[in-house]
Design a protein around this ligand. Structure first.
Ligand code: PLP
Length: 428
């Protein structure tokens, strides 16, 4: 069946035909693709085509699709029962693996999505500080809970006009609890904190921003943000839902020399299942129910099938860390596309941070914040995206996202990608 026909069928019973707006092609136009199956680095599309996948379920599939070890671990777990609503020994085994790699946390709680992890982190910060306000950065996405859909990146940016709040249905008094500052600007952050003395519970940011395209922190920014938060008596929440286990075994915060008070993780650590986590020192985490007064719960939290996938994924990453190879492949993509774009006079440049990258339709880098990302040419990106897809390479359907590679991606796959880029850019 064609994607157009599947899309029309889905649109009759699902708003926009998709269960998450980032899957729609609003930013690039046309019917979204539908997937039948996937194996390793490739998607098998519903129209029978096989394409190289540079989305990898928004980074979740770091071992590649249908990895035999993960499939086996999941099958074994499923055969023993798929949910009990009762604690299982494997949950603590997964928690131990997370805590062991993050020096500044003692405990984690497992939840079902990044949105839930961040929502709980915010409630926890408010609970332990007794303050209401939070400060977030423009263009950082922290899931779709009310208070965080303010100047949010990712699909919320494509969908909205970037003014606050980024969604209808959010009461103004709730949006008003969120202060917004530009990313990579410690001065603006300090000013926001000083304007509301004693009232800010937490500063939340993505250490390496991944929802306005790939925007790395400038040298010293994260340390300055941490110092500013602490000087104001606020907690620092690092949202590493993308970052965790994406650049190294553990968090980017540690590599950056900071020690956030609360961290959130998802995507990679869920092994392709609905699993995410938040973590902090024991005295903060114990403020959560049942030990503390900050309530949080979940029928399917710590789901045994998801936990099995997560443990298998983390153990495989630890046994054979793919990071230097992923960074080398991403560097080839960066250099190859940039050289071809320059040769053909196309204002498109790849911005990369270690293992992740975004082709920005811009003639000069760096892109340091949302205002700079928004100056990129959306129409040009759309033509590049469709040119690549026609040549068998699926990039993110928006330049306000990052592209991901998996351990299943090979040098031959990058050769294919770069040939597709050369041909696409020559035709533009
Ligand atoms: C994806 C993402 C989220 C939300 O996670 P979901 O599992 O989609 O709810 C939160 N924060 C960041 C930084 C993300 O990239």
């Amino acid at each position: 069946m064609t994607h157009e026909a599947l899309y029309a069928q889905a649109c009759r019973v699902i708003p926009g035909g998709v269960d998450s707006p980032v899957r729609a092609f609003n930013a690039v136009g046309g019917a979204p693709i539908f997937v039948d199956a996937a194996q390793g680095a490739h998607l098998l599309l519903a129209d029978g085509r096989r394409v190289l996948d540079c989305c990898c379920s928004w980074g979740a599939m770091i071992l590649g699709h249908a990895d035999p070890g993960v499939v086996e671990a999941v099958s074994r777990a499923a055969a023993k029962g798929t949910t009990f609503g009762i604690a299982t020994p494997a949950e603590a085994r997964l928690a131990e693996r997370l805590v062991a790699r993050i020096p500044f946390i003692d405990k984690v709680r497992l939840v079902n999505s990044g949105t839930e992890a961040v929502m709980t982190a915010i409630r926890l910060a408010r609970g332990v500080t007794g303050r209401d306000l939070i400060v977030k950065c423009e263009g950082c996405y922290h899931g779709h809970s009310d208070g965080l859909l303010v100047a949010a990146g990712s699909g919320a940016m494509t969908a909205g006009d970037g003014t606050q709040p980024a969604s209808a249905g959010i009461p103004r008094p709730i949006a008003a609890q969120t202060l917004v500052v530009p990313y990579n600007d410690p001065e603006a952050l300090r000013a926001a904190l000083e304007a509301h003395p004693g009232r800010v519970a937490a500063v939340i940011l993505e250490p390496v921003a991944g929802n306005m395209g790939c925007v790395p922190p400038l040298p010293g920014y994260l340390r300055a943000a941490q110092d500013a938060a602490h000087a104001a008596g606020a907690l620092l929440i690092c949202d590493e839902v993308i970052n965790a286990w994406r650049f190294r075994l553990g968090l980017y915060s540690e590599a950056a020399g900071i020690a956030p008070d609360i961290v959130t993780m998802g995507k990679v650590i869920g092994g392709g299942f609905p699993l995410a986590a938040l973590g902090a020192k024991a005295e903060v985490m114990d403020a959560l129910a049942p030990t503390g007064r900050v309530y949080q719960a979940g029928t399917l939290s710590g789901n045994p099938v998801a936990v099995a996938a997560a443990i298998e994924t983390l153990d495989r990453l630890a046994a054979d860390p793919p990071y230097p190879r992923l960074a080398a492949l991403a560097k080839r993509v960066e250099e190859g596309i940039n050289a071809a774009a320059e040769k053909h006079g196309v204002p498109l440049r790849v911005q990369r941070h270690e293992t992740i990258f975004t082709p920005f339709a811009a003639d000069a880098l760096p892109i340091r914040n949302l205002a700079e990302a928004k100056r990129c040419d959306g129409a040009l990106y759309a033509r590049f995206f469709h040119g690549m897809l026609a040549r068998g390479v699926y990039l993110e359907p928006s330049q306000f996202e990052v592209c991901f590679l998996s351990a299943a991606h090979t040098d031959a796959d990058v050769d294919h990608l770069l040939q597709a880029a050369e041909d696409t850019l020559a035709a533009l």
